[in-house]
Design a protein around this ligand. Structure first.
Ligand code: NAD
Length: 493
């Protein structure tokens, strides 16, 4: 850890910035201070955007294959520093160590996709009504991309935003989440090491006010935001009023797993346990609603409850841990309030490990933000807040249904969100019905509702997204399409 506060990276330089405040990154498992960082201001953001704006004109003139060369260097560094960076992810956001490393793996998959894609054809050659005319759809970079990212995938999501943006010829200004600035620092070091031209990549550390300074600035051509629905919709509606500017917002979910009477219960129990409790329920795709057919309900409930009672909560650096801590004390209070709300709303509580016993908390980790699973049964047709609002923790409702797959999907779709959903069934008709009617951007069959692959779009519908998915599909938000037509004959039309 440096004795000086870590700096912003603007126009190819490490700069202190204009602010007088610093903030610290803390390990959510034990309260240890991991580093001190400069808190970015509007003026720092202004400087970063000016640098990105100026760098754009030269950067866009390079071939995309040349631009991708810088990304290949970063790809290699992500691989070389896999263990180290995976551990930083775990220390900074509390995910258990295999998930910390997986975050880094997902980042290099995205960089590999974007850099590899630089050698693939882009755009379309299309037929024209006039024989001597060539017609193409071509892509052009939009300009300066403002990236604002959450803490729960502190390495993967920034690369989902930035890798394709840069290869396509845009420049970027990025603000990492305030909970994970150390990951931000290391990523900026990787860009510095790659030798990418000054001003093409800029990073300002800080909080929501620095994020807003990015998203509100008129020189930003596209905002890429991933985070809560509350902030995302505010940004998207502000940006929507500005001609020529675009916002792609990826937000939260209240995700379901549907378990039908035809389900393989081993797959069902495993999928629900993974989806509900991995990352301590703090994934945008975590499932907080398990919709189970009455014929298999009792057996599923007994096995899932047993898992919830036994999942190992503890030091995320220990390979035997299943669930680490929550990210911060404020979030712990939010999860606890939702657990209490569920009780107040009259649900039947099955597992309440909110307050872990002293013997469950690892030695030296008393200051961690610990909670265990909270599982209850509720009526799927009652309009309860606890079964409809995103909690973002290990807070899970079992919702029993009777009838056919149509009834299950009706319950599944009964939230404002539409991010991710899974079906567990051995019946292809049920699976196909779910695929076609579940109101989600990410649908899984016989799988936990948690995976992401960069060669697929990643995004939600309804309140979870605004029509611009992330990962490979970010190209739609960071490029403009030109319809280009060329007359190859001497004839005047
Ligand atoms: P958050 O919305 O609180 O913060 C996200 C980022 O936005 C942070 O960098 C924050 O500093 C910044 N920010 C806050 N206020 C801002 C403002 N007014 N203007 C501009 N920027 C601002 O979210 P979080 O707590 O970091 O992340 C958790 C949320 O993210 C959950 O709801 C989760 O479901 C969602 N999420 C969604 C996806 C997805 O791909 N759909 C992925 C991961 C997380």
């Amino acid at each position: 850890m440096s004795s000086e506060p870590y700096k912003h990276y603007i126009d190819g330089e490490w700069v202190e910035g204009t602010g007088t405040e610093t903030f610290t990154s803390e390990n959510p498992a034990n309260g240890e201070t991991l580093g001190e960082f400069q808190r970015g201001t509007e003026d720092d953001v202004d400087e970063a955007i000016a640098a990105a704006d100026e760098a754009f004109e030269e950067w866009r003139e390079l071939s995309q294959i040349d631009r991708a060369e810088y990304l290949w260097d970063i790809y290699q560094e992500l691989k070389d520093r896999h263990e180290e960076l995976g551990e930083v992810v775990t220390k900074e956001c509390g995910k258990e160590i295999s998930e910390g490393k997986a975050d880094v793996t997902e980042a290099w998959h995205m960089v590999e996709w974007a850099a590899g894609d630089a050698r693939h054809p882009k755009g379309d050659v299309v037929p024209s009504e006039i024989p001597a005319k060539d017609a193409y759809m071509r892509r052009k970079p939009r300009g300066v991309i403002g990236c604002v990212t959450p803490w729960n995938f502190p390495v993967a999501i920034p690369f989902w935003h930035m890798a394709v943006s840069l290869v396509e010829g845009n420049t970027v200004v990025w603000k990492p989440a305030e909970q994970t600035p150390w990951c931000g620092q290391i990523i900026a070091e990787m860009f510095e090491d790659s030798g990418i031209p000054d001003g093409v990549f800029n990073m300002v550390q800080g909080f929501g006010d620095a994020g807003a300074a990015i998203t509100d600035d008129g020189r930003i051509d596209t905002v890429l935001f991933t985070g809560s629905a509350e902030v995302g919709h505010e940004i998207a509606s502000k940006v929507g009023g500005e001609p020529g500017k675009l916002a792609a917002a990826e937000m939260g979910g209240k995700n379901n797993i549907v378990i039908t009477e035809e389900a393989d219960l081993d797959i069902a129990v495993h999928s629900a346990t993974m989806s509900s409790f991995k990352t301590t329920g703090q994934r945008c795709v975590s499932s907080e609603r398990i919709v189970v057919h009455e014929d298999v309900y009792d057996e599923f409930k007994q096995r899932f409850v047993e898992n919830a009672q036994n999942v190992a909560v503890g030091d995320p650096l220990d390979e035997n841990t299943f669930m680490g801590p929550l990210i911060e004390e404020e979030h712990k209070a939010k999860v606890s309030n939702y657990n209490q709300l569920a009780k107040d709303e009259g649900v039947n509580v099955l597992v309440d490990r909110e307050e872990l016993g002293a013997e469950e908390i690892p030695e030296g980790h008393e200051d961690g933000h610990w909670v265990g699973p909270f599982v209850y049964e509720a009526d799927p047709h009652e309009d309860l807040r606890c079964t409809h609002e995103e909690v973002f923790g290990p807070h899970v409702a079992l919702l029993k249904y009777s009838g056919d797959i149509e009834d299950a999907v009706e319950i599944h779709n009964d939230t404002e969100y539409g991010l991710a959903g899974a079906i567990i069934s051995e019946d292809y008709r049920q699976i196909n019905y779910f695929r076609d009617h579940a109101e989600v951007g990410l649908a899984y069959g016989n799988l936990p509702c948690i995976g992401a692959e960069v060669q697929l779009p990643f995004g939600g519908v309804k309140k979870s997204g605004n029509g611009y998915p992330s990962a490979r599909e970010v190209i739609e938000a960071v490029t403009e399409r030109t319809a280009w037509t060329l007359n190859n004959s001497k004839e005047i039309e």
